[in-house]
Design a protein around this ligand. Structure first.
Ligand SMILES: Cc1cc2nc3c(=O)[nH]c(=O)nc-3n(C[C@H](O)[C@H](O)[C@H](O)COP(=O)(O)OP(=O)(O)OC[C@H]3O[C@@H](n4cnc5c(N)ncnc54)[C@H](O)[C@@H]3O)c2cc1C
Length: 457
């Protein structure tokens, strides 16, 4: 089947008879193995329009693929069409207005390279091979969020192909309600073909890196860390991992394979001031080692890439947390010490700062009052028979924290049903999202996502 099959489509259309099909249907989570009828690799907005109209006409199930990192695998389907944006990777940075316009196939590594070339950045993901598209549309949390807000807070405009195949522009002036929905409401309202972002002056060097303690010390370190976070300036964002130290050359070889507590930092400000602010954390207890140093922002962005490669099998459970209390700290430590797979880990994002100071109703992204987000990741190799065990471990920690659950970040959800999607937004905001969905996609064409079902469906 060739490109002619979709009227007006100028990109490449792949089916199972094409050699490139298997590569094109592969996504980050190797546990997802789906075979669509068509993968429509778009080159421009006109292709997206053609693909959406074709899907409607033939009543095909529609997936939208940006960077392919969605853990639930909604970017692929069985038997339907994939609107594949991975080939659309243009980016234009305007240093004068401090804005950037990016296409939906861009990965954070591409985006950061382009913006840092002129000393600018915006909040992005903490792994360079994640797509800007899905991450932005779900909210976007990362190393710059406490200084500059979520990625969605920095989204100032977007071009969107809606379910009827119309191209619309969303901005504060043009369609503020759609812009509001795109800032956290995911892929529910259409296919975004262009994202415009506000940028901030940064680097190129930032003070960044992890301090690493033995995991057994986590109860004391995390009690100290909680107090440290309570008074931390907004320029500082920290992200903690409970993990087995991988055999990366940057880590001292004698600690490879050891269970550790790793608190990473990025200080988005004057380096000498950052040194002073971070000193108490670095001086607490007996760290195994400490890699905090001035380094290029882009180097820090890629530091975690190899710990979460494409193709491994991943199972996630996540919750926002109102605060860290002693019991929570002890539960997380106790479960982390029982991790079996050396690839599984938990990651705790420090929220607050500029994330909390934006208005709760400013964006679809929600739960700005949460202090932390915990994402528990069961990870195993494709040829390992430990999916059930790792998923059970992941759920075990999630369930043990049940009394403390406080909403969830939509981009960390698997296929967990409508109730969890509601939890991501809360009732009032969910109703506002449904109203927008009713307006733009009453037939739920875009339903392979964290779905906001229209009222008629
Ligand atoms: C290794 C890893 C690290 C991560 N780190 C972070 C992090 O630091 N911060 C964070 O906030 N999140 C993080 N995430 C979660 C991430 O935000 C989501 O996985 C997100 O969905 C990835 O977007 P994508 O474009 O790569 O994925 P895809 O799988 O391509 O897209 C996910 C979904 O988004 C929608 N979508 C994608 N593109 C478009 C578009 N152009 N128009 C409309 N809808 C679209 C579709 O519904 C699609 O199913 C991480 C994920 C992984 C796997």
């Amino acid at each position: 089947m060739g490109g002619m099959e979709i009227p007006g489509f100028r990109g490449r259309v792949l089916t199972s008879s094409d050699a490139a099909f298997d590569d094109a249907r592969r996504i980050w989570n190797g546990a997802i193995d789906r075979k669509p009828a068509l993968i429509a690799q778009c080159t421009e907005a006109a292709d997206v329009i053609a693909a959406v109209r074709h899907a409607r006409q033939h009543e095909l199930l529609v997936s939208v693929r940006g960077g392919g990192h969605g853990v639930a695998g909604h970017a692929m389907n069985d038997g339907g069409i994939v609107v594949d944006l991975s080939q659309m990777r243009g980016v234009r940075v305007d240093p004068e207005s401090r804005t950037a316009v990016g296409e939906p196939g861009l990965l954070w590594g591409d985006f950061d390279q382009a913006t840092q070339a002129v000393g600018l950045a915006t909040t992005g993901g903490i792994v360079t091979h994640t797509g800007i598209a899905g991450l932005t549309l779900g909210g976007g949390i990362g190393w710059l969020m406490r200084a500059y807000g979520t990625t969605a807070d920095n989204l100032i405009a977007a071009d969107v192909v809606t379910a009827d195949g119309t191209l619309v522009h969303a901005s504060e002036q043009d369609d503020p309600e759609l812009l509001w929905g795109l800032r956290g409401g995911g892929g529910n309202f259409g296919v975004v073909t262009r994202f415009s972002y506000r940028l901030h002056q940064l680097g190129p060097n930032v003070l960044a890196g992890p301090v690493v303690w033995p995991m057994e010390d986590a109860p004391e370190v995390m009690r100290f860390y909680r107090e440290f976070c309570a008074s931390a300036p907004n320029q500082l964002t920290t992200i903690t991992q409970y993990r087995t130290l991988p055999a990366f050359p940057i880590f001292p070889a004698r600690f490879h394979g050891r269970k550790v507590l790793q608190i990473g930092s990025v200080w988005a400000g004057d380096i000498a001031e950052g040194q002073r602010i971070l000193a108490p954390l670095r001086g607490f207890g007996k760290p195994l080692f400490d890699l905090v140093a001035p380094k290029p922002y882009v180097a820090n962005q890629s530091a975690n890439d190899k710990a979460v490669p494409h193709g491994w099998h991943y199972y996630w459970k996540s919750t926002d947390l109102p605060d860290l209390d002693d019991e929570m700290i002890d539960i997380i430590t106790e479960h982390s010490l029982r991790m079996r797979s050396p690839r599984s880990y938990s990651i705790l994002f420090q929220l607050g700062g500029a994330v909390a100071s934006a208005g709760e109703d400013d964006t679809a992204y929600s739960h700005r009052a949460a202090s932390f987000n915990l994402n528990i990741n069961g990870v195993w190799l494709p040829d390992e028979d430990r999916g059930a065990e790792e998923s059970a471990w992941t759920r075990g920690l999630f369930d043990a924290l049940q009394p403390f659950h406080y909403g969830v970040y939509v981009n960390f959800l698997m296929d967990e049903g409508p109730e969890r999607v509601r939890q991501a937004y809360g009732e009032a905001k969910h109703r506002r999202l449904v109203a927008l969905k009713d307006l733009l996609d009453p037939d739920n064409v875009f339903r392979l996502n964290q779905n906001i079902a229209p009222s008629a469906v």
